[in-house]
Design a protein around this ligand. Structure first.
Ligand code: KG4
Ligand code: ZN
Length: 339
């Protein structure tokens, strides 16, 4: 079994994340020794979205300096490492290969095991990095730029997908809607900030797929509703904020309704929220309020561990390595990979 700290590497999209974590089952968060993040947002902003080739090249530039910085922050040397974990998918193939190659090379040179981690398992386990972590069984709402899923977690590694998106993911819906109202990339956080200045009640959009049973999502129709409202309006700053608010209300309401359903269906008493959209303040507040009312407890990662980061990959990898799992020394990534 692995004894030393595990180095975690995340390069699936436009953030280079690195962390060091020593696995301790009782309080995983206390085992986090250091973490660093470099965001490529500025690099891609001019293009209105992530440019895969630029992302790969920037990971190449930033990854090793970040590894050095993280080791220094923890007061460790490479020789102290017990293993290396990296995101093996899903994500951009070239970007994933940068992390996978670096991780494999380091592990091989140091003679320690390496393990490829599923990015969404990383997100799903991120709430365990906080004090008073949730015990399985629980239901997880995974809402990021690429995924909107409800997952029943019977234990670490035991996942059942309860619901998935049929089209756009929640974060994708935020980003696309922001773009069509002229907000700069990345639109999700900008749209959410704008919603804070909106007047309630001026616009109302539908809560997709809540009028029939089931736990799947569909968010692409909301985009069209927003487009029509925006094009038919005076397109003033206030109107943009009012539409942003109505859009955010529609997404958050829909997510809350489906979470309640999932908890009812499974009988779980704990709800874990993870992924970039988990950083949304309205979503956090409404889910916490629903929990107070219905008697379930909500668990959120801190904001910086909602979006992509190395700590969640170090954690997911450290758990698997502690259970004796690792893989042969081949560099292999899975751009599309089911949880
Ligand atoms: O998990 P993440 O960092 O990357 C993926 O794995 O996709 O999630 C990024 C997504 C983006 O779509 C972004 O717009 C969204 O999370 N996001 C937000 C907020 N912060 C990030 N969406 C709504 N409100 C926010 N505050
Ligand atoms: Zn992510």
């Amino acid at each position: 079994a692995v004894t030393g700290p595990v180095l975690g590497i995340e390069t699936s999209c436009d953030e280079t994340g690195v962390a060091l974590l020593r696995w301790q089952p009782e309080a995983p968060g206390e085992g986090l020794l250091a973490h660093t993040l470099y965001s490529q947002i500025k690099l891609h902003a001019d293009y209105g979205g992530v440019v895969p080739e630029l992302a790969s090249r920037d990971h190449v530039r930033k990854l090793l300096p970040l590894v050095r910085e993280t080791l220094a922050e923890a007061g460790l040397t490479p020789q102290d490492l017990g293993g290396v974990a990296y995101t093996a998918g899903p994500g951009l193939a070239g970007a994933l290969l940068v992390g996978a190659s670096a991780a494999r090379a380091m592990a091989w040179a140091l003679g320690v095991p390496a393990i490829g981690v599923h990015h969404m398992e990383g997100h799903l386990l991120a709430p365990l990095l906080e004090a008073d972590p949730p015990e399985p069984p629980f239901v997880a709402l995974l809402v990021s730029g690429g995924h909107s899923m409800l997952v029943e977690v019977a234990g670490i590694g035991h996942y059942r997908i309860l619901g998935d998106t049929l089209d756009d993911a929640a974060g994708e819906a935020f980003d696309k809607t922001a773009k069509l109202m002229g907000l700069p990339y990345p639109g999700g956080p900008a749209l959410a900030a704008l919603a804070g200045q909106g007047q309630p009640g001026r616009f109302r959009f539908s809560r997709p797929m809540t009028d029939r049973p089931g736990l799947d999502f569909s968010f692409s129709g909301l985009k069209t509703q927003v487009l029509l409202a925006w094009q038919g309006s005076d397109q003033s700053e206030q109107t943009r904020a009012d539409i942003a608010l109505a859009f955010e209300e529609a997404i958050v309401d829909t997510l809350v309704i489906k979470c309640r359903r999932a908890l009812e269906a499974t009988g779980a008493a704990r709800l874990v929220i993870a992924g970039g959209v988990g950083a949304n303040r309205r979503l956090r507040a409404e889910l916490a309020a629903a929990g107070d009312k219905d008697g379930f407890r909500t668990y959120f990662p801190r904001l910086q561990f909602c979006t992509d980061n190395g700590a969640m990959i170090a954690l997911a990898g450290a758990i698997r390595l502690a259970h004796g799992q690792h893989q042969d020394a081949t560099v292999q990534v899975f751009p599309r990979w089911d949880l």
